[in-house]
Each structure stands twice: as structure tokens, then as C-alpha cells.
Write a protein that binds this ligand. Structure first.
Ligand code: ADP
Ligand code: TYD
Length: 206
């Protein structure tokens, strides 16, 4: 049996990942491709517990290294428990954030080191890499306006402010210049225009 396609979505908070993932999941199901949709951090019983520690606004004493290792721990769990078994069963896996988030947020914006994060990503995934990654690139101002429109309270990471989000955006663009699997998508356009690009890239691979 062919292995399933592993697709990840990345970008700063509020760039439009969930919106595009919903459209792609519906499209793949329509064309008869079974798919599993998961999110990071979380997606497993253990991962959701780690997620609540990571995003809890009360945890403002968390050390940057603890933060990094908790994201990687949640990742190791979801790769073992959900992602690898699904791919091996021929199921397409769509992940809302994966290890490029750690590269951009912890490696670059938190300045913990790009090479260190690449090494830890490799340990957490036992070498499993996405087949294609869509980086929804948007200005920090536009993403902030979209988040306000969504009307949800900010979590611990979202409270870090616009300089941090700017560093994250630059971190993602740096990842895209290193790894060919990352497709940079101009996310300032309409939902339909963005989805048109994503659908075309996926159709090429099906
Ligand atoms: P993320 O999952 O990356 O945080 P969302 O998909 O939740 O982002 O989008 C954030 C907000 O912006 C939502 O209210 C959503 O409806 C809106 N939105 C998403 N894509 C677009 C777009 N292309 N243009 C305008 N608004 C958008
Ligand atoms: P989430 O609500 O899933 O993201 P979004 O706001 O895009 O819907 O929140 C996850 C937060 O954790 C988000 O701010 C990005 C951050 N994060 C990291 O800092 N490192 C990581 O490795 C991952 C996966 C997420």
C-alpha cells in the first residue's frame, strides 16, 4: 500500500491556517481521499494536557528551554500515536502546525538556536518529515486584525506581542529558504485565491 501524504500548515497566529485546512479536508474527502486532521501542540490525550500547560496565561514563569522541550514532547507523542500509523495505513495527514513552528517560535524568536531545534525536531519525529508544508505568509498587522475579528482571548504565546510575531514571521521565511518542501503562500489575498494555490499544489501530488 502507498503511504499517505503528510501535509502541514504553518504561519503566525491568525494568518488563516484553520480556514484553509477546513477547505482542504473537505476537498480531499470529496475526492474520496481519507484524511486525518490533527493539531500541534495537542492531538492526543497526553498532547492536549501538555497544550494546556503551554498555553496557560498563568504559566508566565515557564523557562524557554522547558517550553521548547514541552512542544517537542507533545510532538513525539502525536507522531508515534497518530501520524505515523495513519501514514502507514495510506491515510493523508493534515497537521495544523508541525516542527517548523518550533524552528520559528523557539529557534528564531526565542533565540534558542536553529540547529538545536532541527536536532530536537529530528529526535521527536524519528526523522519523519512532511511531504509538503504551506507557509501562509501575512503581515503581523493583518494577522492581528484577523485575530481581533475572530474574537477569542489571547493565549500565553499570543500575548508575546508584535515584535515577537515579527521575529516568528522572519523565522518562518528563513525556514522556507532552507527547506524546499515549504511553499510560501501570500495569505493577504482572499480565502478562495489562497485555496486555489493550495489545491493546485496538492492535485499535483495526488
Ligand atoms: P489561524 O488558524 O491561522 O489562527 P484562522 O483560519 O482562524 O487563522 O483565521 C483567523 C481569522 O481570519 C478568522 O476569523 C478567519 O475567518 C479570518 N480569515 C481567514 N482567512 C482569511 C482571508 N484570506 N481573508 C480575510 N480573513 C480571513
Ligand atoms: P494555536 O491556538 O494552536 O495556534 P493558532 O493561534 O495559530 O490557532 O496555538 C499554538 C501556539 O503555540 C501558537 O502561538 C504557536 C505556538 N507554538 C510554538 O511556539 N511552538 C511550536 O512548536 C508549536 C507547535 C506552536
Amino acid at each position: 500500500m502507498d503511504k499517505g501524504l503528510f501535509i502541514t500548515f504553518e504561519g503566525i497566529d491568525g494568518c488563516g491556517k484553520s480556514t484553509q485546512i477546513k477547505l482542504l479536508t473537505a476537498y480531499l474527502r470529496d475526492v474520496g481521499k481519507p484524511c486525518l486532521l490533527v493539531r500541534e501542540p495537542g492531538g492526543t490525550g497526553i498532547g492536549e494536557k501538555i497544550r494546556s500547560i503551554l498555553l496557560d496565561k498563568e504559566n508566565n514563569e515557564m523557562s524557554p528551554a522547558a517550553e521548547l522541550l514541552l512542544f517537542e514532547a507533545a510532538r513525539a507523542q502525536i507522531v508515534d500515536e497518530k501520524i505515523r500509523p495513519a501514514l502507514e495505513a495510506g491515510i493523508t495527514v493534515i497537521c495544523d502546525r508541525f516542527y517548523d513552528s518550533t524552528f520559528a517560535y523557539q529557534g528564531v524568536a526565542r533565540s534558542l538556536g536553529e540547529d538545536l531545534v532541527i536536532t530536537l525536531n529530528d529526535i521527536a519525529t524519528s526523522g519523519l518529515a512532511p511531504d509538503v508544508t504551506f507557509l501562509l505568509d501575512l503581515s503581523v498587522e493583518d494577522a492581528f486584525a484577523r485575530r481581533k475579528g475572530r474574537g477569542e482571548a489571547d493565549d500565553r504565546m499570543e500575548l508575546l506581542g508584535s515584535k515577537f510575531q515579527e521575529d516568528v514571521r522572519n523565522g518562518y521565511l528563513k525556514a522556507a529558504s532552507k527547506f524546499d518542501r515549504i511553499k510560501v503562500i501570500d495569505a493577504s489575498r482572499s480565502v478562495d485565491e489562497i485555496f486555489g494555490d493550495i489545491k493546485a499544489a496538492i492535485e499535483e501530488r495526488l
